[in-house]
Design a protein around this ligand. Structure first.
Ligand SMILES: [Zn+2]
Length: 625
């Protein structure tokens, strides 16, 4: 229960210092790269996209610097890459072959590629390492979709998802967010398909199968991204637009029409947008996440095309990453809350500016309810914002703790210091750490020096440390309020108790937030025929709104309400976003009767899921006794 969690957090704080920092907080446990000896400054890719072989093949040239004069052995991250050869060169000297070998496989981290510099190779400055290679069809970052899994159904589609540690499955490189590099790429595709990257996409690019990209701003490896498909462009504003398959292009341009306004509002508070254009790419439904903040080109799930602009907070979120995440990046995966928590705070602020306080507060309220529910499943150690990640999987150990608890920390600080001073502090923070990757402790030091110490006695470093290093929420954490949603909870209870007939539900003017809250607040003992009445009255099983679908079908599964299983099954086939389907699978697996049903549905739906979704749902179903 949440209450227990709060008590635990306080108890821990009495025993150990709340600002205790781990000894090796800057060490990245998820990379083999020896980036303190050699560091990548630029990456040049030359790749052919082979849909038949489901492989990328070509070369990756890393421009590196030697930081340790005695070092002769470079370690790079790879996963299931076939390496054909390695050459090294500097200045105008001829390239030399370098000895290389792939070391032992780690099931989570992949395989280090060890490259030994030839005897006498003594570059006076930067040098290049060129690796000829090919990806495997099972590359965890890449999804190769056959035509039938796209909106158009005519041409195949490829897209990448490099975060957290999957860039290594399509490029041999130093796969740690601590290393930032610029990149360029030549990409060859079938001539009727368009290639896009997290780079300088040209909306007017000629479609000929030969594409060149430049990314002049240094990025960490997890922001490397590629997509290839039958996608077209529609402008939204002067610096913003959307790429999508023709079948969804106009709907997407309409749904996300406020993107330019979001960009301008964010820049007005947090400092200039430094990336040139900001475009969206709408992916096929199997995309495993809501969005991915690939710089200049956010990848977006089509599940937020609700037809009523009700799910655009996702766009605000991905856009806000242009500051928190892409400009100032977590140095290790332990520090991911610096990306996600600060971004969640920013997206809520943007939603408030564009759509008003009521709607923004309702989203805060729903996120908070979700956080409390997640505390039930996430180990206390992983409930800290900056937990000890050794042995954990960076893709799935923290649920949404780093998002919502991080957001709440920033909202707490905003209330303590006032909105204007806190906005100024954040804008200066982005300026100060621009183009850097930083740890939680660097954030805490900066917070201390530039905010806490300026207003002595208002908030202590130890209090901030409670959020960072302890489970649950501190007892003075702000509790979001949302009047309409609190009323919806009361209505749900009155309806369940029979005090309110289904026809008497005051549905007019109810938006998706209210309906979601009503569903979440239903008590456990509602009879199935009454669930049927509610479903028919509110059109729950037929909803186009995927957030309502998530809430409803999780309840359908939890309560074993079989009348809606056909629609639930269709939902699980239609949507591949982990956030949307994992709670439904979890509820099925844990209702005591439907683990076999969950496995059957998964077996038939998995062909349309991304490798990351498959892994997550497999873990979920295997973890159920
Ligand atoms: Zn995010």
């Amino acid at each position: 229960m949440p209450k227990l969690v709060f008590t635990l957090a306080l108890g821990f704080c009495l025993l150990v210092s709340c600002a205790e920092r781990p000894a090796d907080s800057a060490h990245d446990h998820f990379s083999f790269a020896n980036s303190r000896q050699f560091i990548t400054r630029h990456l040049a890719l030359d790749l052919t996209v082979d849909f038949e072989a489901r492989a990328l093949h070509g070369t990756a040239s890393l421009e590196m610097e030697r930081l340790d004069a005695a070092a002769t052995r470079i370690l790079l991250d790879t996963r299931e890459l076939h390496i054909d050869g390695v050459q090294v060169e500097y200045a105008s000297r001829p390239a030399q072959a370098a000895a290389f070998r792939l070391l032992a496989v780690d099931p989570m981290l992949g395989q280090p590629l060890e490259i030994t510099l030839p005897d006498g190779f003594e570059p006076p400055g930067p040098f290049r390492v060129r690796i000829a290679y090919r990806t495997s069809p099972g590359a965890t970052a890449l999804q190769w979709l056959p035509p039938e899994l796209t909106a158009g159904g005519r041409r195949p589609f490829l897209f990448s998802q490099s975060q957290s540690i999957h860039a290594r499955s399509w490029v041999p490189l130093q796969d740690t967010p601590a290393v930032r590099f610029t990149y360029s790429a030549n990409i060859r595709t079938p001539p009727d398909l368009l290639a896009l990257m997290s780079a300088d996409n040209d909306p007017a690019a000629e479609r000929d199968g030969e594409y060149h990209f430049e990314m002049p701003q240094p990025i960490p490896s997890y922001l490397l991204a590629i997509a290839v498909g039958d996608v077209h462009f529609a402008a939204i504003g002067p610096d913003t637009g959307v790429y999508a398959e023709p079948e969804v292009l106009q709907a997407a341009a309409w749904e996300f029409a406020d993107t330019q306004a979001m960009l301008e509002k964010a820049a007005a508070i947090y400092g200039p947008y430094r990336w040139g254009r900001y475009d969206l790419l709408i992916l096929p439904p199997s995309f495993p996440y809501g969005g991915m903040e690939n710089p200049r080109l956010s990848f977006i799930t089509p599940a937020v095309l609700a037809g009523d602009r009700s799910l655009v907070s996702l766009i605000a979120h991905e856009l806000a990453h242009s500051w928190s995440g892409n400009l100032v990046t977590n140095a290790t995966w332990r520090d991911i809350w610096l990306n996600e928590g600060i971004t969640s705070y920013l997206d809520a602020r943007l939603m408030e500016l564009l759509y008003g306080t009521q709607s923004a507060d309702e989203e805060r309220y729903l996120r908070y309810q979700d956080l409390l529910a997640q505390f039930e499943f996430i180990s206390p150690a992983m409930q800290a914002l900056a937990p000890d990640m050794r042995g954990a999987d960076p893709d799935e150990s923290q649920g949404s703790v780093h998002y919502t608890k991080g957001q709440m920390l920033l909202e707490h600080l905003e209330r303590r210091f006032g909105r204007e001073p806190f906005d100024r502090f954040l804008a200066e923070y982005f300026e100060h750490f621009a183009w850097q990757s930083i740890t939680t402790e660097q954030f805490l030091d900066y917070l201390d020096a530039h905010l806490l110490s300026k207003y002595p006695g208002r908030y202590s470093r130890e209090q901030a440390g409670q959020w960072l290093y302890q489970p649950g929420l501190p007892d003075d954490a702000p509790v979001p309020r949302a009047e309409r949603l609190e009323r919806a909870s009361a209505v749900a209870l009155a309806w369940a108790a029979g005090e309110l007939g289904t026809d008497a539900l005051p549905v007019s003017g109810w938006g998706p937030h209210v309906i979601t809250q009503l569903i979440n607040a239903l008590p456990p003992d509602v009879a199935h025929d009454r669930l049927g009445e509610l479903d028919a009255h509110l059109g729950l099983s037929a909803t186009r709104n995927a957030e309502i679908g998530r809430a409803w079908f999780a309840q359908v599964a939890k309560r074993g309400y079989r009348a809606a299983y056909p629609q639930m099954t269709a939902y699980l086939h239609r949507i591949g976003r982990i956030w949307m389907i994992e709670p439904v699978y979890r509820a099925l697996a844990e209702n005591g009767e439907d683990l076999a049903t969950a496995r059957e549905i998964f077996a038939s739906a998995r062909g349309g899921y991304h490798p990351l979704t498959i892994t997550r749902i497999e873990h979920r179903l295997a973890a159920t006794p």
